[in-house]
Design a protein around this ligand. Sequence first.
Ligand code: SAH
Length: 222
Amino acid sequence: MTETLLDPGIGMTSRRTRERLIQRLMDAGIDSPEVLRVMRALPRHLFVDEALASRAYEDSALPIGHGQTLSQPYTVARMTQALLEHGTPDTVLEIGTGSGFQTAVLASLVRRVYTVERVGELFERAQERLGALKMRNVRYRHGDGAQGWPEYAPYQAIMVTAAPRGIPRLLAEQLAPGGIMVLPIGEGPRQSLVRLVRHARGGFGHEILEPASFVPLLAGVA
Ligand code: SAH
């Protein structure tokens, strides 16, 4: 009963459907206890329109308007795990706030998240949602994420949730020594999820993690 009261509109199946999603993530190779804990706890249905709420615990991407999507839970979990694998960063810069779901995952795991979104309406709605969830360790910026957010740089980690053609130079420069950036790279359906490391002694290294499919990183604001 308590669950029904806490989650109006999502119903009694909520716990079971959420558990099924967590099992699916584990089957797909997500093994970070922290990531699984946060994915289990966060109410993903609050990040989509009510009409889509019943599909919020399926492992699929969902539309959030403006031709954009809330990433598939597996993708959110995979990127977060890739970001945390070398130790939990203190600060994370996120490019592409979208619904704010990935932001909420990060904000549950690190001290502070800086997030940048180019579409004004998405930017505002994400702030409202995260405010309602009392996530106070997030700073928001309406702007072009390819420029990063120089004011608070350098960041120990950067996560990009829209695909540029190549690694944006300005973003790489805002990475702290020893820092990590996880991002999709490429055009159309042929994208790769990449982890870039800024070596403490200078220079960058990267590894390709797996194929990816993201909306493109677009220039300017809307
Ligand atoms: N993490 C989001 C993913 C949203 S899709 C979620 O799970 O909901 C990618 C987002 O990146 C979209 O909201 C899109 O508007 C935004 N975006 C695309 N190009 C951008 C840019 N240059 N700067 C900031 N945000 C950008």
